[in-house]
Design a protein around this ligand. Structure first.
Ligand code: ZN
Length: 409
């Protein structure tokens, strides 16, 4: 099957809604472009003969009814929103892939035993409002009106107004998650460089990393850079630099899949001739294993307090994010791997270092993900690119997986 042309064409059509003159796609939740994109998908699904519906908040579903188990649904798709100047693949590839997979399966095998359903989820990125995974959190029934109703975008537009103008409303929080959903499968671009470096076309994801994020604040003493001898200083930047060096070195010793990143540093007073009295830095650590995250947290706390003491600075550590790793469903992972092996797909079993809608589904229903490579590991950028041949390999793996889940007893 040569699917690459169909995939690329549909990505272009969908990507024309929200094409940004400054490059890539900007398609924020409930924007005009977002509405157009959902309407385009709605038409495509209708033309394909799927039963199409929106939920209250604007997730779009298209269903191919099952013959034998109409009370069971296998769901596949991804998010339709993008970051500002996002790429042509993040999110929308998973939607296009689900559409093409269902179309192919219908043409080749006819009606499935279970409902086969695609979804174009309203929002994942948290780009317009400071709230991510809005689409999937509504599907599983954990999003709350109270989480977002006071939010505004950067232009001061209230969340509620944006939602209403797009034609949607809050869901009824009395009603829980749909009970027909039996599995969720998401195909997504890797957004990293592992598959490309290892020259693989498909990633079978066995888990999504857990993350912890910290703000670490050091207070020493601001003083004259000329008249304060080295031995009399409480230099917050000197202390911070040693901490950062030691924490990152420790992470390097542990190695994959642990990652540690200091991406933000703020110095006070941030002046050339003053010994800095305050330093604040961020720390982001990720691992697929919760115990490893906990023990690395102990290790870094030890580094921080020991170093603070040596430098005579006071230390304030604030862990403001603590998300557990999410394992994917082993049975679906086995199905994916089995299909790749039997059909000679060039695949790799791997973890996801980024968060996805799948992490919201996984605690509720059997869930798994497939990846395709991202050129140079670039994502959230107009330069995002995946070879059409790899796009097709990913959809093949999705077709094989959905066939096992929806067409087999
Ligand atoms: Zn995404």
């Amino acid at each position: 099957m040569d699917l690459s042309k169909d995939i690329v064409n549909m990505l272009e059509m969908l990507g024309s809604h929200g094409k940004d003159p400054a490059g890539g796609i900007t398609r924020f939740l409930y924007s005009e472009e977002w509405v157009e994109a959902q309407k385009y998908l709605e038409r495509e699904m209708e033309n394909e003969g799927l039963d199409v519906s929106f939920d209250a908040i604007g997730n779009l579903f298209g269903t191919l009814k099952g013959s034998k188990f109409p009370e069971e649904t296998v769901l596949s798709g991804s998010h339709v929103d993008t970051v500002r100047n996002g790429g042509y693949y993040d999110g929308q590839y998973g939607i296009v892939a689900a559409f093409i997979a269902i179309k192919y399966l219908k043409e080749k095998y006819g009606q499935p035993l279970r409902n086969l359903e695609m979804v174009s989820m309203a929002e994942e990125e948290g780009s317009r409002f400071p709230y991510g995974l809005w689409g999937s959190k509504n599907i599983v029934g954990i999003a709350k009106k109270a989480d977002v109703e006071k939010m505004e975008d950067s232009d001061g537009v209230p969340f509620v107004n944006a939602m209403t103008r797009a034609g949607f409303a809050f869901r009824d929080e009395e009603v829980g998650m749909r009970d027909d959903l039996k599995a969720f499968v998401e195909l997504h671009v890797e957004q990293g460089n592992v598959l490309e470096s290892e020259k693989k076309s498909v990633g079978v994801v066995h888990s999504i990393v857990g993350q912890r994020r910290f703000n670490i604040e050091l207070t020493g003493q601001a003083n004259h850079a000329g008249t304060t001898p080295m031995g009399y200083r409480k230099d917050a930047v000197y202390a911070a630099s040693q901490m950062i060096y030691e924490i990152i070195s420790a992470a390097r010793v542990h190695g994959d899949p642990l990652v540690a990143t200091v991406g933000e540093i703020d110095v006070t007073p941030n002046v050339v001739n003053v010994v800095p009295g305050k330093a604040l830095f961020s720390l982001d650590i990720r691992h697929t294993d919760k115990d490893a995250l906990v023990s690395f947290t102990d290790e870094l706390n030890e580094i921080l307090s020991k170093t603070a003491k040596v430098h005579g600075v006071t230390l304030d550590v604030n862990m403001w994010m603590d998300e557990d790793p999410v394992p994917m469903d082993q049975e679906i992972v086995d199905i994916m791997e089995g299909y790749c092996k039997e059909n000679g797909l060039n695949y790799k079993l791997m973890h996801s270092g980024a968060g996805h809608d799948s992490q919201i589904f996984a605690p509720q229903i059997p869930t798994a993900m497939l990846f395709v490579p991202s050129r140079d590991g670039i994502s959230h950028n107009p330069a995002e690119f995946t070879e059409p041949a790899d796009l097709a390999e990913g959809v093949k793996a999705l077709i094989g997986t959905l066939y096992e889940l929806a067409y087999k007893e």
